[in-house]
Design a protein around this ligand. Structure first.
Ligand SMILES: *Cc1c(COP(=O)(O)O)cnc(C)c1O
Length: 353
């Protein structure tokens, strides 16, 4: 027995680490990243801006400038509060730390795996409620499970990852109204989605929104935000580590996120490519493609495992769900650049002959 084995919490030893596959030299369509780099004409002024940053000092502790930048990028009303995180993953952790030991976290399944993992790290119970066959919220069952398990926190990804659909709005509103939990609507994909709950946050004290810049071109910066009432944000802010948004991220966000028009134009390219991929893939009889409001598509294929390996051997990395019984015949493909999507389509067509 090693030192760490006898030292570490047994439940942590049992956890399977979050696996990030190797992707060097591959077309990377597995992690919902944007294919767009900082535009060429911005690189020089951006680097000049960074060169003036005081790296000898601690970062601005509350990063007010970044908050302002995000408010104007995302049209967040001034009466709402904003809490910044080192990615929205950190904010999921912060919300979980705000619960009491043995409280329950509830989410639907399949959904974002970090809700369950972080619940476990923070010694909370986790309750998953299965979505129906169309990956829609099963409202009756969900409300029953809420009543039975009295969750403290409920995570609803809107649109959902990995299924891509945005759940029925009325079902989410019913959950908000009928539960005493804090409801976290996770809008990681808001830039690609027709709907949002931003306008509802002021109407329900138990509703907060999670957003991130990761899925719209800035995954490398690690910056997410929680949007809620001023009261809620002020109290939760006590749990935030003082300098969680580093100086380079603050400076980069303040410089690069000013390009609102450009960011929206890039999102629109992805939305157009999503439609093109959807149409072309739907024309392949062996595939079922699920409608998506996000920058990825969930695709069902009887031979998903073989297809995944075929794509990988041909230099295209997608996400396989072989381990998940609800998704065992599915792959998830991020919408890439037009060229990347062409390559993906070419490979998948050659696979199906
Ligand atoms: C990608 C993703 C996140 C994590 O975002 P980061 O800000 O990069 O930590 C959160 N929620 C959902 C639903 C996601 O798909």
């Amino acid at each position: 027995m090693t030192f760490i084995n006898q030292w570490l919490r047994a439940d942590i030893q049992d956890i399977k680490a979050y696996h990030v596959p190797k992707s060097e030299d591959m077309i990377k369509l597995d992690a919902m990243e944007s294919p767009f780099l900082v535009s060429k004409d911005l690189v020089k002024p951006y680097l000049t801006f960074l060169s003036e940053v005081a790296l000898n000092r601690y970062p601005n502790p509350s990063a007010e400038n970044v908050q302002q930048t995000l408010r104007s990028l995302m049209d967040i009303p001034n009466e709402l509060g904003v809490l910044l995180g080192n990615g929205s993953d950190e904010l999921i952790q912060l919300l979980s730390l705000a619960c009491e030991t043995n409280d329950t976290v509830l989410s639907v399944e399949p959904s974002f795996v970090m809700y369950e993992m972080i619940a476990k790290f923070t010694r909370l119970n986790y309750q998953g409620v299965l979505l129906d066959d169309n990956y829609e919220i099963n409202l009756g069952v969900t409300l029953e499970e809420i009543k039975r398990t009295q969750p403290k926190l409920i995570f609803i990804a809107y649109p959902n990852n990995p299924t891509g659909n945005a759940f029925d709005r009325e079902s989410i509103l019913a959950i908000i109204k009928e539960s005493e939990a804090l409801i976290v609507v996770d809008e990681a994909y808001y830039a690609y989605s027709e709907g949002s709950f931003l306008n509802e946050v002021g109407n329900y004290p138990n509703l907060v929104l999670l957003r991130t810049i990761s899925k719209m071109g800035f995954a490398g910066l690690r910056l997410g935000l929680l949007i809620g009432s001023q009261d809620t944000i002020r109290e939760l802010d006590k749990l935030r580590l003082p300098y969680n948004i580093n100086t380079l991220t603050q400076a980069s966000a303040n410089f690069l996120l000013q390009e609102k028009e450009h960011i929206i134009a890039n999102a629109n390219i992805i939305i157009g490519e999503r439609q093109r991929l959807f149409n072309e893939l739907t024309a392949i009889p062996s595939l079922k493609v699920f409608p998506s409001q996000a920058n990825f598509l969930l695709i069902k294929a009887d031979d998903a495992k073989v297809l995944f390996e075929f794509l990988k051997n041909n230099g295209i990395l997608v996400k396989s769900f072989a381990m998940n019984p609800q998704l065992s015949h599915c792959i998830r493909v991020t919408v890439g650049s037009p060229n990347e999507n062409n390559e993906f389509l070419e490979q998948i067509k050659s696979y199906y002959g």
